[in-house]
Write a protein that binds this ligand. Sequence first.
Ligand SMILES: Nc1ncnc2c1ncn2[C@@H]1O[C@H](COP(=O)(O)OP(=O)(O)OP(=O)(O)O)[C@@H](O)[C@H]1O
Ligand SMILES: [Mg+2]
Length: 481
Amino acid sequence: MKKKIKHFAFYRSIRFYIMILLFIMGIVPSIIVESVIVQSYEDRAVSQRTVMVKNQCEILADQLFNRNYLSDTSDDVINGEFNMLTGIYGGRILVINRDSRIVMDTFNIDNGKYSLSQEVTDCLNGKETSHYDRANNYIELTFRIKDPDKKSSDAETAGVLLVSVSTTEISISKGILEERGTMILAIITVVILILGYILSGILVKPLQKITRSIEGITDGYQDESISVNDYRETKLITDAFNRMLARVKTVDDSREEFVSNVSHELKTPLTSMKVLADVLNQNPDAPIEEYRDFMKDISAEIDRENSIITDLLALVKMDKKSADLNITDVNINDELEQIIKRLKPIADKAHVELILDSFRPITAQVDETKISLAFTNIIENAIKYNRPEGGWVRVSLNADRKYCYTTIADNGIGIPEESLNNIFERFYRVDKSHSREIGGTGLGLAITKKVIVMHRGAIRVKSKLGEGTTFSIRIPLVHIV
Ligand SMILES: Nc1ncnc2c1ncn2[C@@H]1O[C@H](COP(=O)(O)OP(=O)(O)OP(=O)(O)O)[C@@H](O)[C@H]1O
Ligand SMILES: [Mg+2]
């Protein structure tokens, strides 16, 4: 149940982001387009109206002077035109003389008063003005009433025609336009949300499929694999998952095999000890020599059990990711000499001659204990799996600028070709009965390989049955982290 809720939240978030993206891509441009359209409509309507009023008032201003309206405002023709203009545009007209006195106000409010507004002063000084007051919905224009007889530019202006034109209907139209735009935006939003929901659902579906498939593989990793080929990306994901699954399966198999091998190996000495002890228990009158013999055998089995456990612990320790190396500068020549000295008694006992060829003094950055263990295992094998008489083991040491090369060659029993690939596996022994006699458990080479790999080195083997075996080891002189 918990899992389901988690997945649901996850997919919802992907859908959520897809929808947000579509929403932004669809709505933001629409809002911009709408506001640009409304604004340009307003600008155009206002400028059109301004031009129309200007055209008519410029003619009117000339007529005002010609008909001497500044002195006599009872001119019916002009007053008629004023009425018509204010009727059409719903505005107000003021006629102001050179002394800034209002000689005529179509609203009949300010007649005879003085107008000291900036626009009137500017206009009297020769500068006609035009101003749109968006907040109060009107356009205000000033026109000079020119006296063509007076040439000086100052004296040319005989008065001012101040016209205010209402723009209420422009703002009403703008409001209607905005309302419609908002409605269209709302429709677009709903459509985008529905489309976004459907589209994100389609996009997310293969991911849900993958999750279901992965959840389906619950009981172990039998021979199942998943396949969701809806998109190239989902195919890549499922392919990668299948590869990981195969790898997990291999690891799982080898773990199972390892556990069964360990149990078997640990049980064998115990079984032997049990048999030996049982025999003694059933024969209380057995001679003391027999007791001693059996106790010796039991002691050997205990040693064997002990060495298996020691080897296993060494392997497990190195298996851990955190297994760190204690790197120091180690003289490899000295190291090999010491190992050979230590193994000399065993070699002598087995009538095997030990030879060390060092071509130059070599110092490498290695973990001394672990490298010593690796070399010992190989040289020990070369002694153990040798011929009864006339056997030899030759250890050669050489190096170039980057690597140290060690070969351990013997003229022993050799390894059959089909076993060469397996000898580094844990518990693998070519001849189980023979190795048993010698006391091997099949862990030595597994440990060796692990140590070499930890040092970023390489190990190779060449062998011919009945003729001998050669192991070649390459280790970097400078430790690579
Ligand atoms: N130099 C060699 N000549 C012939 N066979 C070899 C040689 N080295 C290894 N082998 C074979 O490879 C097998 C694996 O070697 P490995 O060292 O891992 O195990 P082991 O010697 O049997 O046991 P231990 O864990 O005590 O070393 C050996 O049992 C043996 O059959
Ligand atoms: Mg060995």
